[in-house]
Design a protein. Structure first.
Ligand code: ADP
Ligand code: MG
Length: 449
């Protein structure tokens, strides 16, 4: 056959037909269908196979048949063949992935309990949650690279970071998810320096498909670690791997971090988590008490939500503390116990012996509305307001149940009480006089949270 007139594809087609007559079809399909002819010169045909494994298998099992078929087709032989492992992009990635999985580092300590499905969504965190979901769905593919979730302590940043890791691992169990805190990253780096293993260190991190770094504010002032992180970041970023970080503040406010790092961070998306508002605190307490097998009534939940305001970790801690106190001290979970725990945790000195009467008396003193009127039925504006204020304080300070409050203030039902509490909450935002009244009553009653 004249090689100048025959393309390498034609040639391979002929060889393939000969093999097809000699080999069982499964062997042909498995080993020969994926072969692509690369070149044919100087009586040498070069064939590309998908992997090293293929190459070795064909050489050890089918060399003879292959050579024979080639020499039937190439007339002025003898001709030889050479196999090469194909280097197309997908293939390379597949190989790398397999290799990475085989040498999977032990660093992906993703906490299986932090999932999207148990992350309670509210207006304070929905932006951060949705961005995290988007990144978990198509890591490295969206514009949100890197994604930075920032906000105060105990607001769910670490939870979201792990949720992304879990979600990616669920979809692609073999992907190399590396999750570390910035402190661990630093420690790893310092150890690698000590042991002369910085190359291994970079390899481990640069093999990540998804790099999740918690609390990057702790990179502050660690110049050499930042240097390492900068290179790791660039390498992953350039090869389209996803990076997610958490921080206690907006990236540009991260003092002690190199400007070039910060400007890299700003090429992605930064989303914040805000402290939870009252409704979200209630939702979280309901969920967490259920998770912990604690059956709290709504009044108790609302009481806790009104006093524990900072973050979700505190809310969770309160639930655990209530459980612990009740079981270790063998006490029933009643309002007294809940109040005790809340008082401990807020550090406030309110008296659990305070009564509705004490509150009414105090409100009367300050508003100059008679006690009898406060607990009566009059709808006169100033009286109604003093009554609402008293209801609000009973609810907030002593945690009286809605029905009980209703009963004390002229036999009203619980929805009237809810309305009163809400309306005082709202009015305080605009009415500074009311705000001052509430403040001074709280102070007088020695309740200052
Ligand atoms: P951060 O990293 O922001 O300091 P964490 O993620 O550690 O906060 O959250 C503190 C605790 O509160 C964790 O146990 C977490 O599961 C829980 N938590 C935070 N936000 C939520 C949420 N939206 N829904 C459910 N649990 C939450
Ligand atoms: Mg955290």
């Amino acid at each position: 056959m004249d090689k100048t007139k025959t393309t390498k594809e034609d040639l391979w087609g002929l060889i393939f037909d000969i093999l097809a007559k000699r080999l069982p079809s499964h062997a042909l399909n498995t080993w020969f269908s994926p072969i692509v002819p690369v070149s044919f010169n100087n009586k040498k045909i070069t064939l590309s196979v998908p992997s090293q494994f293929f190459l070795e298998w064909i050489e050890s099992h089918y060399s003879e048949q292959l050579l024979h078929a080639i020499n039937q087709v190439v007339e002025d032989g003898p001709a030889i063949f050479q196999l090469t492992v194909s280097k197309d992009k997908e293939k390379i990635e597949e190989d790398q992935r397999v290799r990475r999985v085989q040498e999977k580092p032990k660093k992906n300590r993703v906490n299986k309990n932090y999932l999207f499905k148990n992350f309670i969504e509210g207006s304070n965190n929905e932006f951060a949650k949705n961005a995290s979901l988007a990144v978990a769905d198509s890591p490295g593919e969206s514009k949100f690279n890197p994604l930075i979730v920032y906000g105060g302590v105990g607001l769910g940043k670490t939870h979201l970071l792990h949720a992304i890791g879990n979600s990616v691992l669920e979809k692609k169990p073999y992907s190399n998810v590396v999750l570390v805190t910035s402190e661990q990253f630093t420690l790893d780096f310092v150890n690698s320096l000590r042991k002369n293993k910085t190359i291994e260190f970079s390899k481990t991190y640069r093999k990540a498909d998804l790099l999740l770094i918690d609390d990057i504010q702790f990179f502050r002032g660690k110049e050499q670690t930042q240097e390492q992180f900068f290179h790791t970041f660039n390498e992953l970023y350039q090869s389209g791997r996803q990076i997610v970080m958490t921080s206690d503040r907006f990236p540009s406010e991260l003092k002690g971090l190199q400007d070039r790092l910060i400007s890299r961070f700003q090429s992605g998306l930064s989303v914040d988590i805000q402290p939870p508002n009252f409704e979200i605190r209630v939702a979280i307490l309901l969920e967490k008490s259920e998770q912990n097998g604690l059956n709290l009534n709504y009044d108790a939940i609302e009481f806790i939500a009104r006093h524990i305001k900072n973050n979700i970790r505190d809310l969770e801690g309160t639930i655990i503390r209530i459980l612990a106190k009740s079981s270790l001290m063998n006490k029933p979970i009643d309002f007294a116990l809940i109040k005790d725990v809340v008082r401990e945790r807020t550090g406030s000195g309110f008296s659990s012996e305070l009564t509705i009467e004490d509150i009414v008396k105090k409100v009367s003193e300050i508003t100059k509305v008679k006690e009898k009127e406060i607990t009566g039925k009059s709808r006169k504006m100033e009286i109604a307001q003093a009554r609402q204020l008293s209801m609000y304080l009973c609810r907030n300070i002593i945690g009286t149940s809605l029905n009980n409050i209703g009963f004390h203030f002229g036999g009203r039902d619980h929805s009237t009480v809810i309305h009163a509490v809400k309306s005082i909450d709202k009015k305080q935002e605009k009415d500074s006089r009311l705000r001052d009244q509430v403040k001074s009553i709280r102070q007088d009653l020695d309740f200052t949270v």
